[in-house]
Design a protein around this ligand. Structure first.
Ligand code: FES
Length: 301
């Protein structure tokens, strides 16, 4: 079975949809039950404060630790007994890191749907299975007569977590989870571009317009006109189809990320990257936008 076939086979599993339908709302409800504090915790776990998803950074801890354990275990099997304490220690460190990876991963998973959600669930189950193997291994490592079994379980866990990591990589590179969907190849306008007659943007409304190739969200709030990238940085949702709140925040219709119209900053995740904002002016009755001069370099790469 080729790589693509494995992914397709996972995507075809209806039981993953059923399980996701049951688990995902329960996790979302748990955060919502916490009110404003629950929102803050969720944003923190997504990595909104970091401007980058937190989950992939934390996964380096278990994967790095367990890779080290595999090397030290192999040396032990070759007769190098001095590495025994180190191997046991890194198995334990990996388990601590796995707890953080699991919590942040489940949080990010709440912002996925359809195939992404299925693959994410399989990714999580594999990693949970790997963690269970490492817990058992750690317990068995203490006794000399079960040490060989313990090392075997660790090796098996390493194989499982490696496949889980492959699925995690596919979620990022194949399904674009956790990447900034505003960082596209299109050229952001450096000079003012006319996008809409001013009288076609009513108070408290949002419109999607084009500045060259770039879809732009226009909104008018309290008489002020604001412009942000229209494509949600989380997974590409159309912001103009979301909600414009009284406080000047925009709510993405797909997974509920909230951005501040004034500067595009993330108010609530799952988005972690801000929306690029545009300078706005009205000239000869036309709304015109351009990339702010100091932010040009961000999209020029
Ligand atoms: S696309 Fe997911 S919150 Fe906007």
């Amino acid at each position: 079975m080729g790589q693509k076939t494995i992914i397709e086979a996972i995507e075809e599993q209806e039981w993953l949809k059923t399980a996701g339908d049951a688990i995902q709302p329960a996790v979302v409800n748990a955060f919502e039950a916490g009110g404003e504090a629950g929102k803050q915790v969720k944003d923190m776990l997504h990595g909104a404060w970091l401007g980058h998803p937190l989950h992939p950074a934390i996964t380096d801890v278990p994967i790095g630790s367990w890779t080290t354990a595999a090397v030290l275990d192999t040396l032990e099997l070759m007769g190098e007994k001095k590495y025994v304490p180190g191997a046991d220690a890194v198995v334990a460190v990996g388990l601590v890191g796995a707890v953080g990876a699991a919590i942040t991963g489940i949080t990010d998973w709440t912002g996925t749907t359809q195939e992404r959600r299925k693959i994410g669930l399989m990714h999580g189950m594999l990693n949970a299975g790997a963690a269970a193997l490492y817990v058992t291994s750690l317990l068995l490592r203490r006794r000399k007569k079960t040490r060989g079994t313990a090392i075997g379980l660790s090796m098996l866990g390493y194989g499982v977590v490696s496949f889980g990591a492959y699925l995690g990589g596919h979620l990022v590179y194949g399904k674009q989870v956790g990447v900034d969907h505003t960082a596209t190849a299109v050229t952001y306008p450096e000079d003012f571009v006319s996008v809409l007659p001013e009288n076609e943007l009513a108070e408290n409304t949002m419109r999607c317009v084009k500045a060259g190739e770039v879809p732009v969200l226009l909104a008018r709030k309290n008489g002020e006109i604001y412009a942000l990238a229209h494509t949600c940085s989380h997974l590409g949702g159309p912001l103009s189809e979301g909600h414009l709140h009284e406080d000047g925040h925009v709510h993405c219709p797909w997974h509920g990320s909230v951005f501040d119209l004034r500067d595009g900053s993330v108010v609530h995740g799952p988005a972690t990257e801000p929306q690029p904002r545009f300078e706005v002016r009205v000239k000869n009755g036309q709304i015109e936008v351009r990339t702010p001069k100091k932010e040009k370099s961000k999209k020029a790469d």
